[in-house]
Design a protein around this ligand. Structure first.
Ligand code: FAD
Length: 533
């Protein structure tokens, strides 16, 4: 990932308890206020509005013009990442277990988080993964009734119909990877999303549609659930920085900064829904006085409800890998990644049947420097052999900065702090190295493949390991307020009329990339809301 410098977002500091004028957005009469028009929030807002409720959908970002090729052309997502207009510019705290290029510990990772109508689906790599049958069945077994995989299948099907999902067509280049994976003993699995298991060598599916003129185009849940529907009951407000949820004698609502910088309030007759993603949703709860009492006191925020788990349990997979130089010219890749990937097991052997929860814990994605905007600063043509270690044991935090609680949240993924995680990352590096060393693939490389002892070692994991932007868990769902933030109905424990509906409620990591789980949480969350659950 290239180092990108983002200008700071101008987030004015303001004491939480200060009185603010009540100045509703437009009519001011809303049943539901949804905060965040991303993968999940767009679905919630569209479904609530389609059911006849007056809905206000607010987002800190803006709309992306239909003419913006960087946004909609699937191959140009690196260019979109570099566009500060659509990026929040968050960073991790210095990570004790990641090293800089001078091998000094304390590397800071860019925690990319899009802003705009579409959320992170505006600049993600579009790989579509439901998230693994065993993931959701595990949630249900842990007390999240209704979240088992079979109950979610109708929602997945609706999402897939609505967004349009393409399965990668293989060209000579991507086929050479699929063949290599099979030579490594990974069976071809053409239905990793709908079959019994994700395991194997897979043709990736992407949230991409084929237009009438045959071009490929990125899709987002905002565009397909909100934009494509005519919803007179939906009001969309952009450039709105939501500061916190509040309650008073007249009801509940949100406090926000308008695009003009005014500090205002708007009320929701029924509920406020936080869908601002796994970094910002817990931060909004904390700014609202909902979280660990001692931490809120340190920030000078009046306590609304003591809920110790807010911002705990933050999780991100760790991606490792290395580049190999490729004989020029590299072929064009029509998708965000080479269309052939892998889901594998750390053990190196096939999973049980059906796979146990967490057993499939490695995912391979290959990117190339041919993609416009990809890091190519030396004019070198290369493939990045990337392997994510999934279902890691480390858990991090999202907290407020006591010096500036309304500024950027402090994100600490705490990678490699739990026992066993380094071994899983070493297994990821071994798989990446085995792939790069495949005898037929080597024919394509212009350069040596790094010796195994150079990259399959702790030092290389610490040097190359970084976020893969699979943020989940910071407002985890569960039946018990002592160990979770929202119940299986996604209502915040102990706070009426407030739900969180986005990737942050996932109580455990999923098996794969996270837009799929965010969208299914949006769809299931809307069902719960509309059923009055
Ligand atoms: C670079 C990158 C690549 C990725 N690649 C993939 C991939 O290939 N496949 C995949 O499945 N997943 C991928 N992901 C992850 C996936 O996109 C996210 O998991 C998913 O979008 C999360 O959905 P969400 O609804 O929880 O949050 P988001 O989609 O992030 O939506 C949050 C929304 O809240 C808004 N918001 C935030 N703060 C405020 C505030 N204070 N006030 C008002 N609005 C606010 C934001 O503008 C945004 O629209 C990638 C993510 C990134 C960053």
């Amino acid at each position: 990932m290239p180092a990108i410098e983002f200008p700071p977002i101008d987030i004015p500091a303001h004491p939480a308890a200060a009185p603010v004028p009540i100045m509703p957005i437009e009519t001011g009469e809303y049943d539901y206020i949804v905060v965040g028009a991303g993968a999940a929030g767009s679905i919630v807002a569209a479904k609530a509005a389609a059911a006849g409720y007056q809905v206000l959908l607010v987002d800190i970002g803006t709309a992306v013009p239909a003419s913006d090729e960087d946004a909609w052309d699937p191959t140009r997502w690196y260019k979109m990442l570099a566009n500060p207009d659509f990026e929040m510019g968050f960073h991790s705290t210095p990570q004790a277990n990641l090293v800089n290029t001078d091998l000094a510990p304390g590397r800071v990772a860019q925690m990319l988080q899009s802003r705009g109508l579409g959320g992170c689906q505006l600049h993600n790599a579009m790989v579509y993964v439901r998230g693994g049958r065993s993931t959701y069945d595990h949630w249900a077994r842990q007390g999240c009734a209704g979240w088992d995989y079979e109950s979610l299948v109708p929602h997945f099907k609706e999402i897939e119909r609505t967004l349009g999902i393409v399965t990668a067509e293989q060209d000579e280049f991507s086929q050479s990877f699929l063949d290599a994976y099979e030579r490594l003993g990974l069976p071809y699995n053409g239905s990793y999303n709908t079959g019994p298991s994700e395991y194997g060598a897979v043709p990736f599916q992407f949230t991409i549609e084929k237009t009438a003129d045959g071009r490929l185009r990125r899709t987002t849940s905002f565009e397909k659930f909100v934009g494509a529907a005519e919803l007179p009951t939906l009001t969309i407000a952009t450039g709105v920085y939501v500061r916190r949820f509040f309650t008073d004698d007249d009801g509940r609502g949100i406090e926000y900064n308008s695009p003009a910088g005014e500090h205002m309030r708007v009320y929701a007759r029924r509920e406020v829904i936080l869908s601002a993603g796994a970094i910002v949703s817990p931060a909004i709860l904390l700014r609202s006085g909902i979280g660990p009492a001692d931490a809120l006191s340190d920030c000078g925020i009046p306590l609304l409800h003591d809920l110790p788990q807010v911002g705990r349990n933050f999780y991100d997979d760790l991606g490792c890998g290395f580049p190999v130089l490729v004989k020029s010219p590299l072929p064009d890749t029509p998708y965000g990644f080479v269309g052939a990937g892998v889901f594998a097991c750390e053990s190196g052997s096939a999973p049980s049947d059906p796979p146990a929860f967490g057993e499939i814990n490695l995912e391979v994605q290959i990117s190339t420097s041919k993609l416009p905007g990809a890091p190519d600063s030396y004019g070198i043509r290369y493939c990045l052999i990337g392997c994510s270690a999934m279902h890691l044991a480390s858990r991090g935090t999202v907290e407020l900065d006591p010096r500036k609680p309304f500024g950027r949240p402090i994100v600490n993924p705490m990678w490699l702090t739990a026992e066993g995680d380094m071994d899983r990352c070493l297994a990821a590096m071994k798989l990446a190295h085995d792939i790069a060393s495949d005898p037929a693939l080597i024919e394509q490389w212009d350069w040596w493949v790094p010796p195994e002892e150079l990259v399959v070692c702790e030092e290389w994991v610490r040097l190359s390991g970084t976020t893969v932007q699979h943020y989940v868990g910071s407002c985890q769902m569960g039946p018990d307020a002592g160990t979770s933030v929202v119940g299986p109905d996604l209502r915040v424990h102990g706070v009426p009329n407030l739900r969180v509906i986005d990737a942050s409620v996932a109580p455990t990591p999923v098996t794969g990339n996270t837009a799929g789980v965010a969208m299914v949480i949006g769809a299931k969350g809307a069902e719960l809301l509309l059923n009055g659950d």
